[in-house]
Ligand binder design. Structure first.
Ligand SMILES: [Zn+2]
Length: 423
């Protein structure tokens, strides 16, 4: 077998070859307060221990603070202006149609995972929902499967079979906390079974959409996660944990969803069909958020742009309305996949298209969602210390692999730093 390189360059950044297994965990919808509350309640002793034996930072995720743009930023180490994935859903100007963006053909950059695998590293990816699997595993040799479709994983298609037997858990419902537990259980079993160089685990925010930080169901979820993280740590992994985005209550005082229906407003102001509102949160799994998030983009005739921008910006609950170029520069987005205006709503407000087009009957708890600047702060935790992260004034969630591979103290340094004798 040929020697492995000392470093790899991917999308303009350089990564050191891992000395041992590196496990990156993306906890979907993990507002930092979920971890703080779980620790305060005594539900997360392992996460609590990271305060003294590792590092606990916060970072900014990508806006729109949605799942796919951020997962792809984490695995490419780059913003959506580079990798192209800026939502679950967009208006394809070329095709003249609203389309899902979960097809790898929309990906404009290679992943760090694929680059390591191509250079001879053993790489594994486990994601909760199948919608992310093809994007995360694009052109990657190795193991890549979802909890959702675990029973269908094959050696040819996923680099592994017999997943359900290996994990020892039945395949959970797509709307359940167990869908994420399956990800962690699989991660532990894989690391027990074989030497992996890099593993990426990505959960789903089913619990976070329903339960606020500190609530019983939330603490239970983080207690579950904490037990698996402790096992990955005990197996010798360098652990790095971040999130794709935060999560906030999006309700009025009476508990009803606090929605601004943009398409209804624009139809009223301009006449029906003159503007098109795209909600990039839209995906096939809408039960827990009704396709309501805090970010929207609007396609409209150029002449109407400034008047609509000013009128929307004056509305209560709207945080930001920016023309395409300004929004794409500020949030590092691909201009050809965003509309003429970008709209971000406030911490407790979401954006809809038309009231008649959102089915909120599946909401069995007060609406919690994300998408805006108010959900940009996420945790960035490691189970090793760092001598410093040079040249960085603002940490991003997509710095996680760079910090994990390049800026953490070795295990030996970590042990002496915490007063534990060598092996
Ligand atoms: Zn998410």
């Amino acid at each position: 077998m040929s020697a492995t390189p000392a470093t790899l360059s991917v999308n303009g950044r350089t990564y050191r070859w891992p000395a041992g297994p590196v496990v990156v965990v993306c906890v979907d919808g993990c507002e930092p307060e979920y971890i703080n509350q779980a620790i305060a309640s005594g539900s997360a002793p392992f996460l609590a221990s990271l305060r003294s034996r590792g590092i606990c930072l916060t970072a900014d995720c990508v806006v729109p603070s949605f799942t796919n743009p951020n997962n792809l930023s984490i695995v490419t180490g780059a913003p959506p202006s580079v990798h192209g994935i800026c939502g679950n859903y967009f208006w394809d100007r070329d095709a003249g149609a609203e389309v899902m963006m979960n097809d790898p053909k929309y990906l404009r950059a290679g992943t760090i995972l694929a680059a390591f695998a191509a250079a001879g590293a053993r790489v594994a990816v486990v994601t909760a929902k199948d919608k992310l699997r093809a994007l995360l595993g694009h052109r990657m040799a190795g193991i890549c499967f979802s909890s959702e479709k675990a029973a269908e994983a094959t050696l040819a298609g996923n680099g592994i079979d017999g997943v359900v037997d290996l994990v020892g858990m039945p395949v959970p419902s797509v709307y359940s906390a167990e869908l994420s537990e399956f990800v962690f259980a699989a991660g532990v079993r894989l690391l027990e079974r074989e030497r992996l160089d890099v593993m990426y685990l990505s959960t789903t925010d089913y619990v976070q959409h329903k339960a606020a930080p500190g609530v019983g169901a939330a603490n239970d979820f983080y207690a579950m996660m904490d037990r698996y993280l402790a096992r990955l740590d005990a197996l010798g992994a360098v652990l790095a944990l971040t999130a794709d985005h935060g999560m906030n209550a999006k309700t009025r005082a009476d508990g009803s969803p606090n929605v601004i229906y943009l398409q209804d407003l624009l139809d009223d102001w301009l006449g029906a069909g003159r503007a098109r509102v795209i909600l990039p949160i839209t995906d096939p799994y809408v039960v827990h958020h009704g396709a309501l998030g805090s970010f929207a983009t609007i396609y409209l005739e150029a002449a109407a742009g400034e008047a609509v921008r000013a009128r929307l910006a004056a509305l209560d609950g709207i945080e930001l309305v920016l023309p395409n170029a300004e929004a794409c520069a500020r949030f590092e987005l691909p201009p050809d996949r965003m509309g003429d205006l970008v709209v971000v709503s406030g911490r407790h407000v979401v954006l809809g298209t038309g009231a008649a087009r959102h089915d909120l009957s599946g909401l069995d708890a007060p609406l919690r969602s994300h998408g805006g600047v108010s959900e940009q702060r996420v945790p960035l935790l490691f189970n090793r210390r760092t001598a410093g992260i040079p040249g960085r004034t603002r940490l991003r969630n997509f710095d996680v692999l760079e910090v994990a591979l390049n800026h953490l103290e070795s295990d030996a340094g970590h042990r002496s730093a915490t007063g534990v004798a060598g092996r």
